[in-house]
Write a protein that binds this ligand. Sequence first.
Ligand code: GLC
Length: 417
Amino acid sequence: MRCNPKQVERLKWFHEARFGMFIHWGLYTLLQRGEWAMYVERIPTEEYARLADQFKPRRFDPDAWAGLAVEAGMKYVVMTTRHHDGYCLYDSQVSDFTSVKTAARKDFIGEYVKAARKAGLKVGFYYSLLDWRFPGYWEPKKCKDSAEEMVCQYHAQVKELLTQYGHIDVLWYDGHWMHSAPDMNLAEFWRSKEINSWARKTQPHIIINNRCGLDEDLDTPEQHVVASAAGRGWESCMTVGDQCGWGYIHHNPNMKTVTQLLQHLSTAASGDGNFLLNIGPKPDGSVRVEEQRRMLAMGQWMKTHGASIYGCGRARLSGGMLGVWTAKGSKGYLHIFRWPGEEAVIPCVKTRAVSARLLTTGSKVRIRHESNGRLILCGLPKDPPNPHTSVIEVEFDGVPESIPEKDRAAWLQGKAQ
Ligand code: GLC
């Protein structure tokens, strides 16, 4: 994958960061059945719009959200400025369906931006291109004018968002797909090239994701962690609870464990990717305790193990059954998901290991070298020193690499090379 130097430059902080917070919060939150409730239940536009009369969150505290992100070890936040239901959490001149013009009488986005910046976080805007309220979304051929109006709204609102709040770090598009037009050229329909080049002129540093019909800077695997080709930026986004609940769901029993979430984070970093973990605050604005606890526990782990995540990326080493490797320069970090007991064996290591220590405890780890490039990390405690993921930091005498094994059978004689 060829990268252009400007793109490499603007993705620098992003790759260093590795871990961010996604926030889904809007009118749908009131219903407590996820952000898709309007469509899933086919709630007519006018009826849905009346929800705005009740949206007056008493505990909206963006400093608390930002504080939680910092505590979790996250370096950036991405918040929904407007989801598929069309309700803007800021003051839009091209829509009356906004938090400023209805009962809340508040620019939530303005306050969110201030809080995030104050906390030292990079700031991202989630924006849904599609808006369910337009007949033209559902029937683009039949309702051409309405479809065009929706596209104009998209352009106008992106312009508002990128001119009213100063420096914005990430433009996180979503909802570029069309309900009933599978063969449509999406980038053309949305005229994404036009608005994105405007965005890049206005905010040259901005990172834009691929949910606009164009590749732009980032791939966005959702609810799973899968690396893109080397050189391509990517970020996996995930909910703590059920798949379909980005917005608050009252009964949300399938919460991932801290161990699972941390392993996703390690796996993302091991493939040069980021992990964007979602919270769906409650209708009053507070964060549910299950999400808070997990974020705080992840932050505890990050305090000791951050060196193996921030700024780390792909290692050309095998984690085998143990887990995954991340690397930074001549340091390799073995993230052990399945603790092996007193010795950990890494096969086919070409680069010489010089020293090792348990990042988890700081204690020294002895090294032995055996045939087939096996690197044996020995004298480890019987039980994992961290209940989630323990990490061993290995210093190599160069950028670590595996032996290529051109002769695939040579290892049988102990001669892998
Ligand atoms: C999806 C959903 C949406 C959610 C998003 C997060 O595309 O439509 O509800 O906001 O993914 O990645």
